[in-house]
Design a protein around this ligand. Structure first.
Ligand code: SF4
Length: 342
């Protein structure tokens, strides 16, 4: 799902969950790394919320921190109410434009197209049958397979049931063959085994208050000392990695890294139609490119001006073909050239 969001809202339930986790740690010394994992497992979207709470507790001397761990003292109920009030105020002051890695990738392709899609909400009509739904079915099958991996050890059964359920859900809308989906899941499972992940999660939304990024990551794999985001593309890999796919993957690595306060060294892009696996090694240059585009995008969206057309070489062939907001874009051009009467 993609969204553009201005600022954030205080969600009481998130803080209830964090405080519950901390209450269960009262009197114990816990590793920050374990706390982060607990927050993630409890579907807390941003670890920044945890650190905000810890800051409050630290200033009230209710926790003691030492290298990578904290000792949680007794947290009185009346103090919990005070923390909530303080955090409500602090969160109200976050006035950032939140963008997703996918939006940054789309912005790279054409700032105006994304603007027309998001700001004036020119909705793309989903076709009744076709690729879009095939893509949804693939994502659902992966999700089901990952969710059931812990309890179902028979791999063949796991693959068959995940594909069957996904195909059933989108019956009449997809052209995807069950056998093709099963073969893909089998290959995906091989990747998971080769990587020796300790745990896996699918379709988790993460947000970074500091970076102003929010996004849903298809799959996140955890190793002892490594976090690996995996993005699944329904598309075919045609020998050259598309920059927009690279940017999205970089943004997702930044999000995962910001949640777990560690450097994500690499991520994967998996292409369904060609069963291709691309490993993306993260580096400073990629992070810089993503951050610059993100800043440009946040700035442009704050001005209220109509963004320019794509500036990519050969953009008419690369992005305009099949652009569903083309009519609106042409109207803007027409309007800009029309003589103005005052
Ligand atoms: S028609 Fe081309 S330039 Fe216009 S919004 Fe679409 S992709 Fe961008």
């Amino acid at each position: 799902m993609i969204l553009v969001r201005f600022g954030i809202e205080f969600e009481e339930s998130v803080f209830e969950k964090i405080l519950k986790i901390l209450k269960e740690c009262e009197g114990k010394e816990v590793k920050v790394e374990d706390l982060l994992k607990l927050c993630f497992e409890h579907e807390i979207k941003s670890s920044d919320y945890l650190f905000l709470v810890l800051q409050e507790l630290s200033s009230a001397k209710l926790i003691e921190s030492s290298k990578g761990s904290i000792k949680v003292g007794n947290i009185p109920q009346e103090f919990i109410e005070k923390i909530k009030e303080n955090l409500k105020e602090r969160i109200k002051r976050v006035k950032k434009v939140f963008v997703t890695p996918l939006e940054v990738a789309k912005f790279y392709q054409c700032p105006r197209r994304l603007w027309l899609e998001k700001i004036v909400v020119s909705k793309q009509e989903k076709e009744k049958v076709g690729k879009v739904w095939d893509g949804e079915a693939v994502h659902l099958a992966v999700k089901l397979m990952i969710e059931n991996m812990q309890k179902e050890k028979d791999e063949n059964f796991l693959i068959l049931t995940a594909s069957e359920e996904a195909i059933k859900k989108y019956e009449g809308m997809i052209q995807l063959e069950k056998k093709t989906l099963e073969d893909f899941l089998r290959k995906f499972l091989e990747l998971i085994k080769d990587e020796n992940f300790v745990s896996l999660y699918s379709e988790r939304t993460i947000e970074s208050l500091k970076e102003g990024i929010i996004g849903s990551i298809d799959v996140i794999g955890f190793k002892e000392n490594e976090v690996v985001p995996i993005e699944i593309k329904y598309a075919a890999f045609k020998g050259k990695l598309k920059k927009e796919h690279l940017l999205q993957s970089v943004g997702e690595s930044m999000l995962a890294g910001s949640y777990f306060r560690k450097t994500v060294r690499y991520s994967y892009l998996v292409y369904f139609q060609t069963n291709s696996l691309i490993k993306i090694e993260m580096n400073e240059n990629l992070v810089r490119q993503f951050s610059n585009l993100k800043k440009q995008m946040q700035k442009l969206y704050s001005t209220g001006r109509i963004p320019p057309k794509s500036k990519l070489p050969n953009y008419v062939k690369r992005v305009c073909q099949g652009c569903h907001v083309r009519k609106a874009c042409e109207n803007i051009e027409f309007w800009k050239k029309a003589p103005k009467k005052y």
